[in-house]
Design a protein around this ligand. Structure first.
Ligand code: XUL
Ligand code: CO
Length: 439
């Protein structure tokens, strides 16, 4: 039985190919900055959108046609779905995948039933990983869909919900460990509030800090040494989420003495909802040694919610890859397509068109970014722009050798600042265009 009989493994055919299901830019073995493209990108496919997304929206039911899925919540259907998923991972040449516990296996009537459903599907995931060589980028626990999480999970007003969430994370972490997951993600789906009138924010944040410490302790106990990641998002489903952006997450991690144990999983559409660009979030996290992984997608310029579209814009992919390279790459993370096909793209083949196009756009972004870096086109401009800090008074300030009184004497003597230089924004934007044209 094959889920995608009409599709064979997608191959690299080069930029001139007209084959819509060939890679024009993603050439896994091509070397860039001393590393293969495959190792730079560490492409990963998400289970939730790609294998559980139905295309439903608040105005209507699902539209997706998925012949391998009988639509039931049985463990057997979940196991068959897992086999279909690995067929797609392999045919896309994706080396990784990611899941929530409740995407891969149905929730049971009791916690213990849910645990055993997850174990039964993990048996197939393990088998398929061994057969195909596809690896688990990260696992996570869905603590936002079930009604019990209506007030949050670790930040719920109800202590039993905290306990339930702890039990769920314990199990999800064990399964991630069993499957060799390289990271474990926490996205605070409902860890926030709708209305501050009914919320003890300080108490909720303390609980969240305690929850993460329990997770760190348990990982040590079972020998799970994957990277813990927090995924920032400012809103949706709650009005305010505690993990709103990279800076808020880092402040939280430092306040609760967790900084050494966590990095960030940055998502494009979450960055834009927070009023930032993706490159801003990557540069901020990277500057704090906290760049872990990315959820690659994009929003819609005209819509203000998390549309989770596949990114095909070369500016976005160039900027994303430029700042990833700047901060030394993704380490144990990857470029994880937390993206879904549109409701109207209901056929199985659309799952291929979407991933192939976005893998290619990121591969081209990587090449453009590496070309800019190779010529030091932006680096040299930035070094020159800050050169007043390399010697004289700038160097003394950076070294901590002067205080306000010294700087007053310096300025009294000098009288006025040395004229500034142009920021040359337009020239730099043209420069990026030149590299986009050239690659
Ligand atoms: C939600 C989102 C999640 C996380 C994992 O916006 O991005 O799918 O990536 O829970
Ligand atoms: Co995400």
């Amino acid at each position: 039985m094959t889920a995608f009989p009409e599709i064979s493994t997608v191959q690299y055919e080069g930029p001139d190919s007209d084959n819509p299901l060939a890679f024009r830019w993603y050439n896994p073995d091509e070397m860039i900055e001393g590393k293969t493209m495959k190792d730079h990108m560490r492409f990963s496919i998400v289970y939730w959108h790609t294998f559980r997304g139905t295309g439903s929206d608040p105005f209507g039911p699902g539209t997706a046609v998925r012949p391998w899925d009988d639509g039931s919540e049985s463990v057997e259907n979940a196991q068959n779905r897992a086999r279909a998923a690995f067929e797609l991972f392999e045919k896309l040449q994706a080396p990784f995948y990611a899941f929530h516990d409740r995407d891969v296996a149905p929730e049971g009537a009791t916690l213990s039933q849910s645990h055993s459903n997850l174990d039964a599907v993990a048996d197939v995931l393990e088998e398929e990983q061994k057969r195909s060589g596809v690896k688990l980028l990260w696992g996570t626990a869905n603590m936002f869909s079930n009604p019990r999480f209506m007030h949050g999970a670790a930040t719920s007003c109800n202590a039993d919900v905290f306990a339930y969430s702890a039990a769920q994370v314990k199990k999800a972490m064990e399964v991630t460990h069993r499957l060799g997951g390289e990271n474990y993600v926490f996205w605070g789906g409902r860890e926030g509030y709708q209305n501050l009138y009914n919320t003890d924010m300080k108490r909720e944040l303390d609980h969240l800090g305690a929850f993460f410490h329990m997770a760190v302790d348990y990982a040590k106990q079972i020998g799970f040494d994957g990277q813990f990641l927090i995924e920032p998002k400012p809103k949706e489903p709650t009005k305010h989420q505690y993990d709103s952006d990279a800076a808020a997450c880092l402040n939280f991690l430092r306040a609760y003495d967790l900084k050494d144990h966590f990095k960030l999983n940055l998502e494009t559409n979450h960055a834009t909802l927070a009023g930032h660009t993706m490159m801003h979030e990557i540069d901020y996290a990277g500057s704090q040694d906290a760049l872990g992984s990315i959820d690659a997608n994009t929003g819609d310029m005209l819509l203000g919610w998390d549309t989770d579209q596949f990114g095909t814009d070369y500016y976005l992919t160039t900027q994303t890859m430029y700042y990833i390279l700047k901060h030394g790459g993704l380490g144990s993370g990857g470029v994880n397509f937390d993206a879904k096909v549109r409701r109207e793209s209901f056929e199985p083949i659309d799952l291929f068109h979407s991933h192939v196009g976005s893998m290619d756009a990121f591969a081209k972004g990587l090449k453009i970014a590496a070309a800019i870096r190779g010529d030091r086109a932006i680096d040299d401009f930035i070094s020159a722009r800050y050169s007043s800090w390399d010697e004289g008074i700038g160097a003394k300030i950076e070294a901590g050798h002067v205080g306000l009184a010294d700087l007053e004497s310096y300025m009294l003597e000098k009288g006025e600042v040395t004229p500034n230089v142009s920021g040359r924004q337009e020239m730099l934007e043209n420069l990026v265009n030149r590299y986009i044209d050239r690659v």
